[in-house]
Design a protein around this ligand. Structure first.
Ligand SMILES: Nc1nc2c(ncn2[C@@H]2O[C@H](COP(=O)(O)OP(=O)(O)OP(=O)(O)O)[C@@H](O)[C@H]2O)c(=O)[nH]1
Ligand SMILES: [Mg+2]
Length: 333
């Protein structure tokens, strides 16, 4: 189970101030109080929606603030209330108070709503403060302050597809290419330090939750490498995509790369070793890689699917192959 997490600040709007004002009319020398009330500040409201499957977008925008209510006007006019700020979060988001650590709510159902910061009430205008002994009240109330709190959001995502491979194999580039996730990509090993999850659309109707993991290295299963910490996530996946760089610039020969990764998976757990897999030859845009693809297939004993995330070739076929395994329509080769 992968966890998506975000810490954000939510700030409700302040209520508008009440107004001190007196009627001014011709021939009425001493008009009574007519200062109106302030409008209410906007609430920040979470709305659970199936449209969203990750907290990435929300986490990037750290602060969510609703508008303030308008002050009261003369002639008993009430200031306009601010609109609530509706924040869509994925279904399954758990909302915690970041300071106290307590769970506020588990937004488990589509359409569930939660007010996470209540807007301040509008202050009362002086029209409310006239009494028999004080006909000219010079007091009005200030608008109430909007609630402000820090929240920690947690979302448990069950990744269906896990990307494993040596560092620099092109895992994150693949994820970025087929999902809206934007993992860091760079031309050096161990660019990815934390698993990242993305949702890929497959064909017209289906989606796949794909987890990009830090690269594996030899000895990782004994706890040496970074990838080890995350292999347990792969145990829950329905299919493993084992990515091997077959370009001329690859850090390892494809056959050797496959051996390392295969060994690490097996050494981590027998369950991982048995998990359905697809072998993927990455960065396969040059014709000269044919030979290295063959060497890879020979080492692994199964055919490889060729992709180039940069050119966009082979991606749809790979996603479809993964989808068919995840949905139980096909077995791994
Ligand atoms: N030519 C070519 N280069 C690619 C392709 N896919 C990825 N690369 C390059 O390979 C390098 C490594 O890519 P990443 O996606 O960061 O690799 P990774 O497997 O996520 O690496 P780690 O996070 O370090 O494990 C980057 O410089 C990419 O631009 C491809 O299809 N063709
Ligand atoms: Mg990466």
């Amino acid at each position: 189970m992968l966890r998506d997490e975000a810490v954000i600040e939510v700030i409700a709007g302040n209520g508008g101030d009440g107004l001190v004002s007196f009627r001014r009319e011709k021939y009425v020398p001493q008009g009574g109080p007519d200062g109106g009330d302030g409008g209410a500040g906007g609430d920040v409201v979470f709305l659970a929606s199936r449209e969203h499957t990750s907290l990435l977008r929300i986490g990037r925008r750290f602060r969510f603030a609703a508008g303030n209510g308008q002050p009261g006007g003369p002639r008993k006019r009430t200031g306009a209330s601010a609109e609530d700020l509706l924040v869509e979060v994925p279904v399954g988001t758990q909302v915690y108070d970041a300071q106290r650590g307590n769970l506020l709510r588990d937004l488990a159902e589509d359409g569930a709503r939660l007010v996470v910061a209540k807007g301040g009430r509008g202050g009362r205008g002086n029209v409310h403060f006239a009494t028999s002994v004080n006909q000219v009240p010079r007091v009005a109330r200030r608008g109430g302050e909007g609630e402000r709190r820090e929240l920690r959001l947690e979302l448990k995502l069950l990744a269906e597809v896990g990307l494993v491979g040596l560092p620099n194999a092109g895992k994150s580039t693949f994820l970025a290419r087929v999902t809206a996730a934007r993992p860091k990509i760079a031309d050096y090993p161990f660019t990815t330090l934390q698993p990242e999850v993305g949702i890929a659309e497959v064909g017209d109707y289906d989606t796949l939750v794909i987890a990009d993991l830090p690269g594996l290295i030899g000895g990782a299963a004994e706890g040496v490498g970074l990838g080890h910490r995350f292999l347990k996530h792969v145990e829950r996946c329905r299919v493993i995509l084992l990515l091997v760089d077959v370009s001329s610039g690859a850090l390892e020969e494809p056959g050797a790369a496959w051996c390392v990764v295969d060994h690490e998976l097996g050494a981590f757990s027998p369950e991982l070793a048995r998990k359905p897999r697809l072998l993927v030859a990455t960065k396969a845009e040059e014709e000269s890689c044919d030979e290295r693809v063959r060497a890879l297939e020979q080492a692994a004993g199964i055919p490889a699917l060729r992709i180039s995330a940069v050119k966009g070739t082979g991606l749809a076929a790979l996603l479809e192959a993964a989808r068919a395994i995840v949905r139980g329509e096909a077995r791994a080769i």
